[in-house]
Design a protein around this ligand. Structure first.
Ligand SMILES: NC(=O)c1ccc[n+]([C@@H]2O[C@H](COP(=O)([O-])OP(=O)(O)OC[C@H]3O[C@@H](n4cnc5c(N)ncnc54)[C@H](O)[C@@H]3O)[C@@H](O)[C@H]2O)c1
Ligand SMILES: O=P(O)(O)OC[C@@H](O)[C@@H](O)[C@H](O)[C@H](O)CO
Length: 384
């Protein structure tokens, strides 16, 4: 049986990537720091994935076990030595922290074998695998680095399936939306994983996904939060927010259509499908999950700022994206460490500084002025 080591036994790890591997006949070793999940995986050795729809489909996921990377380093190294795939769904900010352990595992493996292994980061971030590779190489000695070529293959990917925070913390079972897409950038003949789509150039796929699904999701979350809504589907029941979200992903759409020569009618269909996915009433996806980590989401390469900058360069409208960024700046959820840090930064230094520091937008840029105006007007409207 082929093996995969998957870092991150959370929602997307168990509910999507780990599940696809298991269903494709692989043994899956989940690596995580959450003791309860790891113990449960080792006790139960299986869990269920249930689709969020009127007639849910339930799939039993087998051949799984768990390792804690903080406590079982040697076992993780051994698992990496035996794996065909190494994947992650852990959050982009965590990649630098797991890279040294992956490097140790790869080093051990390269000393004794030249069997191919494929590394794929499944995160909502452009070039996440390249970034992970950079951290792995930093942690490796020259000898191991020289042996990587031709043996360790790194592929970028785009991963799409909405998996909300799970209600029952005492169960490994995962509720997921029925839709999924996993696009991996390679033309190599690699071991089959059912549900994986291979493409030669990931750029149009990841930008289309990140700047439609994730931009639309973020706008919904930030306006939903401001308006006191709890979930994404509840937020979109409000026609005025629905129109804002649609208008924002039409702005990103205009950029994507121009940049990648997409078919306009096809892209409109894509937008409609995405809005329909957000409206799934069985998901109960919290606005606080979708809006999480606003500092990451304000990054220059992320779902709000990058399409604004690109739309502006092409002379396209970016007014709704500017509103979305302004709403993100008002995301003040106490339990979210990045939201707390963001609010502290705004209080101490002001919006212009924050946009410069986090989004690399220069204060002389007229988009900054637009965002500041929208921020002030949203603040007046919602924080009476
Ligand atoms: N949930 C979704 O709808 C969805 C869809 C597509 C992509 N993604 C992406 O997948 C990634 C994971 O998201 P998620 O929703 O599954 O998050 P999650 O919080 O459910 O899962 C992340 C897991 O990583 C573990 N973790 C954190 N730090 C760790 C460390 N240092 N070492 C080992 N494990 C650690 C956590 O304990 C948790 O189990 C993110 O990049 C996210 O953007 C999520
Ligand atoms: O995971 P994040 O924080 O990058 O973004 C939150 C959601 O938009 C995201 O998890 C989506 O549910 C997912 O990307 C759908 O494929």
């Amino acid at each position: 049986m082929k093996k995969v080591v998957h870092f991150g036994a959370g929602n997307i790890g168990r509910g999507f990537i780990g599940a696809l591997f298991s269903q494709s006949g692989y043994h899956v070793t989940f690596v995580d720091i959450a003791d309860e999940i790891i113990s449960r995986l080792n006790e139960e050795k299986a869990y269920k994935v249930k689709t969020a729809e009127d007639q849910p489909k339930v799939t039993e996921i087998q051949n799984v076990l768990g390792l804690n990377n903080m406590k079982q380093e040697e076992a993780v190294i051994k698992a990496i030595e035996e794996a065909t795939y190494i994947t992650t769904a852990i959050g982009p900010n965590i990649l630098p922290h797991i890279a040294p352990l992956i490097a140790k595992g790869l080093k051990g493996r390269l000393d004794s074998s030249n069997e191919k292994v494929y590394v794929i980061a499944c995160e909502n971030q452009i070039s996440a695998t390249d970034i992970l590779k950079g951290h792995i190489l930093k942690a490796m000695d020259d000898d191991a680095t020289n042996k990587i070529e031709g043996t360790v293959h790194f592929f970028n990917s785009a991963v799409d399936r909405i998996v909300p925070i799970q209600d029952n913390k005492n169960s490994l079972d995962v509720l997921v939306e029925p839709y999924f897409e996993w696009v991996v950038e390679t033309i190599e003949d690699i071991p089959t994983v059912e549900g994986m789509t291979k493409v030669a150039d990931l750029a149009p796929f990841i930008e289309r996904k990140l700047f439609t699904v994730n931009t639309g999701h973020a706008v919904t979350a930030y306006f939903g939060y401001l308006d006191g809504k709890e979930t994404i589907d509840q937020t979109l029941n409000d026609p005025s927010i629905y129109e804002k979200v649609k208008a924002t992903i039409e702005e990103t759409g205009a950029y994507l259509i121009k940049r990648y020569e997409l078919d306009e009618a096809e892209h409109q269909k894509y937008i409609k499908k995405i809005l329909g996915r957000f409206q799934n009433q069985h998901l109960h996806d919290d606005v606080t999950r979708v809006g999480r980590s606003p500092i990451r989401k304000l990054g220059a390469e992320d779902r709000l700022v990058k399409p604004l900058v690109e739309a502006k360069k092409l002379g396209l409208s970016y007014q709704n994206l500017a509103s979305a960024i302004a709403a993100c700046l008002l995301f003040d959820v106490g339990e979210d460490p990045e939201a707390a840090q963001l609010q502290k930064m705004i209080q101490e230094h002001g919006i212009t500084y924050v946009l410069n520091e986090l989004s690399l937008l220069n204060e002389t840029d007229e988009a900054v002025q637009t965002i500041v105006e929208k921020y002030e007007s949203l603040k007046a409207e919602y924080r009476k």
